[in-house]
Write a protein of this length. Sequence first.
Lengths: 655, 485
Amino acid sequence: MLFKSHGLVKIRELRALDALLEEYTLSAISAFPPSGLQLLNRDSFQNRYDYDVVVIGAGHAGTEAAAASARLGARTALLTTNLDTVGQMSCNPAIGGVAKGQIVREVDALGGLMGQAIDATAIQFRMLNRRKGPAMHSPRAQADKKSYQNHIKWQIESQPNLDLRQETVEDLLTEPSDSKDPQESATQRVVGVKVRGDAVYLAKTVILTTGTFLQAIMHTGEAQSAGGRAGEGTTAGISGALHRLNFELDRFKTGTPPRLNARTIDFSQIEVQPGDDEPQPFSFLTSEITTSQMPCHIAHTNEAVHDLIRENLTRAPMYSGQIDSQGPRYCPSIEDKVVRFADKSSHQLFLEPEGRQTQEVYVNGISTSLPRDVQDAMFRLIPGLEKASIMRYGYAVEYDFCPPTQLWPHLESKSVAGLFLAGQINGTTGYEEAAGQGLIAGLNAARTVAGQSTWVPARQDAYLGVLVDDLVTMGTDEPYRMFTSRAEYRLLLRQDNADRRLTAQADQLGLIDAPRRDRLAEKLEQIRIGRELLAAARIEKSPADVYLRRPEVTWPMMCELVPELNQIAPDAAEQCCIDIKYAGYLDRQQMDVDKQQRMSEKRIPVSFDYNRIGSLRTEAREKLTKVRPLNLAQAKRISGITPADLALVLAHLEH
Amino acid sequence: MIEFLYCTEGLLIRLFTVDDTIVAIASPLAPAHRGIVRISGDAVVPMLQRVGLLPADFRGSRPRRFPAALDLGCDLGSVDTDVMLWPTERSYTGQPSAELHLVGSLPILDAVVDRLIEVGARAARAGEFTMRAFLAGRLDLPQAEAVLGVIDAEDPNTLNDALSQLAGNLSRPLQAARSELLNLLADVEAGLDFVDEDIEFVEDEHLLQRLRQIRAGLISTADQLRERSASQSALEIVLRGLPNAGKSCLLNAITQTESAIVTEQAGTTRDSISVIFELDEHSIQITDTAGIEARGAHEADAAVLAKAQLQAIDAASRADLCLWCVDASGPASNDALDQLRGALAAGGGFKKSIEHWLLLTKSDLSPPPSGWMEAIAELGIRTLSVSAVSGSGMAELITEIGGVAERLDPTETGGVIGTAARCRNSLTSASTATQTAIALTQAQAGHELVAAEIRAAASAIGDVTGEVYTDDLLDRVFSRFCIGK
């Protein structure tokens, strides 16, 4: 074939390949020769652009990746097939939620875009779990979808070092890796991408954030169409390249519900869900939310709806056998809910406005791939929605993802040096999970280009640490979503202290600028003063900080007893309160962290040969060789690895 | 769901955590007149001070040995012990350590361990002292691997067997407690993670009730463990030999009962007699078979004899240890040797793993004839001289039997405290955590704190039964609740 015989690929050959590529990737992908384009002659391209970092895809992962990379000074190109869908919310028009809200705060603490974007464009704020302890407080907001997108796009356009381009990527350009570094396991190295229209972007690192667009098929009832999002296509060229580079690909499915026209909803019949009276912002830089808020509403399904769904199950792709890939259990389709929880006579439907200047309403809780006529009929049976008119029908989408055990924790491929993967392509779901991965990939791509060591937060430092560690260590059997129960140090990983956990680190990495640095310094100083005042003052013969530990004692009460405390800003006061009231629990979790630390410090060289350990069980040998954990703590988290296995590895490390 | 994973979080952290202080019985868990309790970790000196073995103002850094009395409290009184102390990191484990040498009675050794656990020590896991020694550079890799092999042997089945052997099958209540804790945790976690669902996952009232039930279960299991009775026998011994070789006498001497009818006439034992006796924590079954006749020696009672021989073969097929009794002073000693040679060569219907020992009985009567000992040496099997009458060699024989029982009994591994003590530890931690969870719930302190305690309880049980995995929890949540905003 053309690829195989030529050491040098000339531009006219690339042209000739254009047409072929489409065909190959769509049909006979395995026909690609394994080595791909070899020994690329960089001067042979007419339209050639040079960058440090190229990001493919401008969703939540791609925009954060590009912004982080550019902030670190890397010359960055962000390529998207459509400039009008930058930062688009493909599914629900909301940011945050339990565990996800914490991630947004972390992304913000690391200088990311998401927090400020939602603060600027939200139409409703709610702090979930407010009645529970501080570790559970989780911010969530409804976004004005279009405004959010525009805000993100504007931020990207305004970012120095960053070029946003509309391009369709057709192939990844790689060369055999020439690295002599024994720490590097990759056999290939990425050198850039080829785009439609005779052009190449050469770059030292490439970040793939193609979301659900790999080999995507959308299903609405019996009808199927290719594409990762309604109205858009699929990215065949990249699928082909991943196959050629021997990436393991697997298939997931997810779904989205129908959208209704608000004019046709009878809101008088359904429950109102207002926002918080005192909306709390996501970004540590936002002082106050001043925009007005819009209410959401809650409707309910009933047995008549469920009967209708049961009658039509044979027409649902998930039940007719048309789809057999794994979907998320925490976000089941309405078909799934009715089948699996047959005894439940009603399910909640959250009606979420998609913006201030649209009548479109997202119906959260009724994700479905049933045929159009069934979707129409369902709503006619729901009080308040009898006359509702569907603006977009719900659909299920099946897509390829790359099982993330193929990546290092900093999200670079183990087999193709310089190639990073972030977001839904790694088998995750959620804008927040995508954004967090994007930031980590962008940061590390830029650091790699600069010849710096990689950086990933630890599990005890951030939900982002839990996220990437879970992904690369355990992989995932269903679209991965963050839950607070995934974090063993949940009490330490709170939304209120994300800046204290991460911002100083972000400063060292070069991710943040002066305002954020100053803001943190000011807050830390206020906390210090507050703690000093509390330690010095005495109430009822005991130190004020001991007095504050009592469950019934609040900060305003303390301010009355110790008037100097009035000078402490509310955010610093909150930190003082939590630090003191939860000291016992925080200390205990910190002790657990310290115990784990010893194992994390036992590093395993990337080149470590598990075959050396004769007495290691075969299963353990295979798993360890596949995941290649960087330290003993990570090795321990691989499922099925026993203490004895680890003890053997440790013994050989010490030897 | 991962039912019985022994990759327990706690175990692992502990295996690599060298900063807590561990304690275990370090002598073989078999009768011996001296026993050793070993303790290692930073808190050795303060702990010995707390139990009164060291003066409160002790400051020394040199290794030392001194006699002292250890008060075990309440009804046990005090016990004399020889203390060997390495107060600094210059020790086998590379950290402050001590050995308490005292009488070799298991209940007392157990009580000493319990006393040290009371003042903050933790029951050591298999291989833990060795792991510390290895990390301190005191062992080389092959030596360390040998010990880690011991840990490897603790696979789920072995562990399950070990648990089953404890009184009343501990495995079941422990699994039940773990499962119930996880179900409860799943409910609490679901309430935390899925706040927008219109589901009341668990109300405080219900939560309290279930926590109390779990706690009661943990306490009753702990009681049951304490009162554990004889388990099924770990070791089966069969006595073989010519009639009148002294088998019955020996059985009586070993078991210190009069179970066997002992007469001077050869061939008294016509039926197999089995006696179960306790050698400390091990229960051992010993079977005295009908004497195996030299060819043509007896003609009467052929049918009875045939039946007895069948019983003998049956007993032999189950035995772990066969004691060949030979009357060293008797006339037929060469016949006996021939018989033994035959059995060794042909397998003789025994288990493959069986051990054969030769006992020269009646060693009090006369020394063995000349040339005899050489013939025995050729057989290459362990040989002991004993006399049930004078008692000579009996103590050694019993110690050796104890050694075999020790090797075969999976509930106790050499040099470390057994499953029972680990279970006790786990149950205590779990019921403490459960108690805290109850208190927190009553104080309405927030379910994330209650969850932390339930997790701690489940993970304490997990030290024995298996780790708590997030996926395990999520499986429970998603299989029971319709989550789906």
